[in-house]
Design a protein around this ligand. Structure first.
Ligand SMILES: *Cc1c(COP(=O)(O)O)cnc(C)c1O
Length: 405
């Protein structure tokens, strides 16, 4: 039985051209150059947007802490894993982001699931943007409550679900993201906050995995940029922090509730003092003048990249072609999706880029809607303009071959 089930599923993936394979990637001195199978590439798929993964101060924090305190926490935060470094990190996060409290989880995936698992009971309603991250949607689907998915960034659609009558003793949890991971666009956070505020028994949860460190004053994220404070803010450390882990920002009361009842917190090993020390330094760097400089360079790179791609696409559009041409989504974030359309064309172009020393992943359904297979290009502060020029040149060749033959 098991063998048949597993083999059928694997075969089906292959038949649909969706078979996923992992590549062993090595980044030696910077996330923007990677080595895969002895070949070197400029990396345009990294989430290390500010280049902190290789920052000497981050590395020094890791080494100093490891030497003094070891490399493991030795237990769950409820037993002996709650180190002074971790406690200090939570306090620093809360004060940096203007919340009463913070709780650190080992990953964003776990943090998102922890919120839904604990908060949602039978009859509760979850109203989530249709493009929400898999960690949120998966937890919502398996929870006891009811999930409604509103049209992407559409407040009218959100309102239509908020207007549904609420069963007695039930609550609503509205879920969206600061920056969407596959489209790179912002949610209209001000409007969403104003709308949810009009409803009783309604909490707002924002996952700002891709916004923290990048947007807002001193890198405080998308909510700072839009001047709102959701009931639960999720920040993750695998992107701009260049490390891993996540935190919930919330009230003292909610934190107490999580400490009592959140199983992913109670039954999982706490992050090490070393990781807490790295993240502590990460906040300092992100909030510093150097952080501002990195964000300015990132912005310059994004603007430069967009102008170059737009002019390339205009050039292609003027040539004779009866095919649907690629287009760039309107994104001001490091995530710059170039929509190609068919799965096959996206794969083809990604392969041609690789042949030219550029690493960009093709993202295909079911991660994105059908016929919107794309190159998910990420621009970081570490790219030089020459690297971006190299990418544009390779894109130009690949697009000309693919669409103009
Ligand atoms: C990356 C990501 C997560 C998961 O965070 P990890 O720390 O990588 O587990 C959650 N939400 C969004 C929107 C993300 O992009």
């Amino acid at each position: 039985m098991w063998h048949t089930r597993i083999n059928t599923a694997l075969k089906e993936q292959k038949k649909r051209d969706r078979y996923r394979q992992q590549s062993v990637c090595t980044t030696n001195s910077s996330s923007v150059s990677i080595q895969v199978d002895q070949n070197h590439y400029f990396n345009f798929s990294s989430n290390d947007y500010l280049g902190l993964a290789h920052h000497p101060q981050m590395i020094a924090s890791a080494v100093d802490s490891a030497k003094a305190l070891g490399v493991g926490s030795g237990g769950s935060p409820h037993v002996t894993g709650y180190s002074a470094s971790l406690s200090g990190l939570e306090a620093k996060l809360a004060s940096w982001l203007g919340y009463e409290a913070a709780i650190v989880y080992p990953s964003g995936f776990t943090a998102n699931q922890a919120v839904i698992k604990l908060m949602i009971e039978q009859n509760d309603l979850m109203i989530a943007d249709r493009l929400s991250h898999a960690s949120l949607l998966e937890a919502a689907v398996f929870s006891k409550g009811r999930l409604f998915r509103f049209k992407h960034n559409d407040c009218q659609s959100l309102k239509s679900y908020l207007d549904k009558p609420l069963p007695e003793n039930a609550g609503r949890l509205v879920i969206t993201e600061g920056v969407f991971s596959m489209d790179g666009d912002h949610a209209p956070l001000k409007e969403i906050k104003a709308l949810t505020d009009q409803y009783d028994h309604t909490l707002l949860m924002i996952d700002d995995a891709h916004g923290i460190g990048i947007f807002g004053e001193g890198g405080r994220g998308s909510c700072d940029l839009y001047g709102i404070k959701p009931d639960i803010l999720v920040v993750t450390f695998g992107k701009a922090f260049g490390c891993s882990g996540a935190a919930l920002l919330l009230s003292e009361e909610l934190k107490a509730y999580f400490i009592q009842f959140s199983k992913p917190l109670i039954y999982s090993t706490a992050i090490s003092p070393m990781q807490a020390a790295i993240l502590d330094r990460g906040i300092d760097l992100i909030a510093s003048k150097e952080g501002d400089q990195k964000r300015a360079k990132l912005k310059e790179n994004i603007t430069y990249f967009r102008a170059k791609v737009e002019s390339l696409l205009q050039e292609v559009a003027q040539k004779d072609s009866n095919m649907t041409l690629p287009y760039l989504l309107a994104s001001q974030s490091p995530i710059q999706p170039l929509i190609i359309g068919s799965d096959q064309a996206a794969l083809e172009i990604s392969k041609k880029l690789r042949d030219n020393g550029i690493w960009v992943s093709a993202i295909r359904p079911p991660t994105v809607p059908p016929n919107t297979a794309r190159l998910r290009i990420t621009i970081t502060a570490e790219h030089s303009l020459i690297m971006i020029d190299t990418l544009i040149l390779a894109l130009q060749n690949a697009i000309y071959e693919q669409f103009l033959g």
